[in-house]
Design a protein around this ligand. Structure first.
Ligand code: BES
Ligand code: MN
Ligand code: MN
Length: 465
């Protein structure tokens, strides 16, 4: 590992410059206007793999954005690690809230990143993180110390629900055969407190439309007598939580896994400073389900949130109008063992049931994903734990992540393998927000840690035979 550290030191600047070049490509998967940039990003990703000497590099077309694949088989008897990541990014808007243009990366220090952080869309989620795996691979292969077979699968549709990845995996089971999936697309607690993500929430994302009168009306002539769909929608939305901030959708909690008091106690021992958390967000108080701490509310409890709401007049100045329609996008984060399909039906039924006769409602499901849990007793987990301990000098804490990576459950069901979530971001890195950033410390720490995972994994796998 000494050689690898020396290699990392010698090539630090280039490792950074290469990432910065990738961050200049606006590979926004949600917006069709950027389809060419998404393709350019796929080509750049594939080119990196080719330049690294990876074999079978190919850009696989899908009905959506392409999937980049490549592999290095050193020994059919050695364990195989499948690295998954995503090269697509979230839209950058609202653009005016960025301190630098989202696709013109700059490096600045912050309170959490005294050694500097790269500010750009995708720096942390997930270009900066998947690219650590490319550079770790470079270090190992240039030093002839690659102990495992590696397969890379980097997709371009994660931020829009990975619609075509499942089909690709089902059609390419033998190509993707592996012993473990390794993903860096999550966070650690802080730069002094390493952690491994041992759970992800699922997702059920709905859109609702409420229709009142058949056309927009003068709000003076008709107002007061005719149902205003925006007013009605607001009433309906506010009834979705009770006074304890529990979700009122009939049957919503039926399948929620009961977490033991021992596990709850353990998760609450992780460092967390409520005052600092509120100060960072500039909020006067926290709000959430009664009887649970912040760590529990974001880790083991489900949520229901309005992500967007619109209707009526939203332009400059005032227009007196009683609108015909109102809309909202509503997401529910799910926990084990809630099923997104089942929740979708429960939500639809509930939302239709609470609608007053005065309006018509239309409920549509946009996308969903299964929650996931990662066992902490596996050889894979032990290898990741030892790897982080080697580079941070501290054993990582197991932590449930609040976000979702729906394909993790799919890897389990389609490829029959478990996933290790060894991410290096911070929750405060503003992913999906303006001024997304990724610490230089975190980028280099990831590159340094990944080869240890390979080494320990190969050793532990050998022993367990
Ligand atoms: N990398 C995130 C998920 C994440 C972030 C997990 C931080 C844990 C900690 C991923 O790119 C993401 O944003 N996922 C979406 C899922 C969706 C688009 C289906 C999410 O969580 O909203
Ligand atoms: Mn991500
Ligand atoms: Mn994301």
């Amino acid at each position: 590992m000494k050689e690898l550290n020396q290699y990392l030191n010698e090539h630090k600047q280039r490792f950074l410059d290469e990432l910065l070049a990738l961050l200049r490509i606006p590979s926004i998967s949600a917006d069709p206007k950027y389809a060419d940039d998404v393709r350019t990003m796929a080509q750049a990703t594939a080119q990196h793999l080719t330049d690294l000497g990876v074999d079978q590099v190919e850009i696989f077309e899908t009905a959506g954005h392409p999937i980049v694949y490549g592999e290095k088989i050193i020994d059919p008897k050695a364990p195989t690690v499948l690295v998954y990541g995503h090269y697509d990014v979230q839209p950058a808007d609202p653009l005016e809230l960025w301190d630098n243009p989202a696709f013109e990366p700059i490096i600045k220090t912050t309170e959490n990143h005294p050694q500097g952080a790269i500010f750009a869309r995708g720096s942390c989620d997930d270009k900066g993180q998947f690219f650590m795996h490319f550079k770790a691979f470079e270090m190992m292969s240039r030093n002839n110390s690659l102990p495992c077979n590696v397969k890379f699968m980097i997709e371009g549709e994660e931020e829009v629900g990975s619609a075509h990845l499942e089909e690709f995996c089902k059609n390419n089971k033998s190509k993707l055969a592996c012993d473990v999936v390794l993903v860096s697309d999550t966070s650690i607690i802080d730069n002094e407190t390493p952690s491994l993500t041992v759970g992800l929430r699922g997702l059920c994302y709905m859109e609702v439309e409420v229709t009142g009168p058949n056309r927009d009306l003068h709000s003076g002539v008709y107002g007061g007598a005719v149902p205003n769909p925006i007013n009605v929608l607001c009433d309906m939305i506010s009834s979705l939580h009770d006074s304890k901030r529990r979700i009122t959708v009939e049957g919503f909690y039926d399948d929620v896994e009961k977490v033991s008091s021992k596990e709850r106690k353990m998760m609450n021992e992780a460092p967390y400073n409520e005052k600092a958390y509120m100060k960072d967000l500039q909020i006067g108080e926290l709000m959430g389900e009664k009887g649970y701490t912040t760590i529990e509310r974001t880790g083991i409890r489900p949520t229901l949130d309005v992500n967007g709401i619109w209707g009526g007049y939203t332009g400059e100045g005032a227009k007196t109008v009683l609108p015909s329609k109102a809309h909202a996008k509503i997401s529910m984060r799910l926990v084990p063992d809630q099923d997104p399909k089942k929740i979708e039906k429960l939500f639809q039924k509930h939302f239709e049931a609470i609608a007053p006769k005065a309006v018509k409602v239309k409920v549509t499901a946009l996308h969903g994903g299964q929650p996931a849990v990662v066992p902490t007793t596996s050889v894979e987990y032990k290898a990741a734990e030892k790897a982080m301990e080697a580079t941070f000098g501290k054993k990582p804490l197991p932590q449930r992540g609040g976000g979702s990576i729906p394909i993790v459950a799919m890897f389990e069901s389609v490829l029959q393998v478990s996933t290790i979530l060894m991410g290096f971001g911070l929750d405060s890195d503003d992913i999906h927000s303006p001024n997304e950033h990724y610490g230089l410390f975190n980028y280099y720490k990831g590159i340094e840690t990944i080869p240890y995972f390979y080494q320990y994994y190969a050793e532990l796998k050998q022993k367990s035979k």
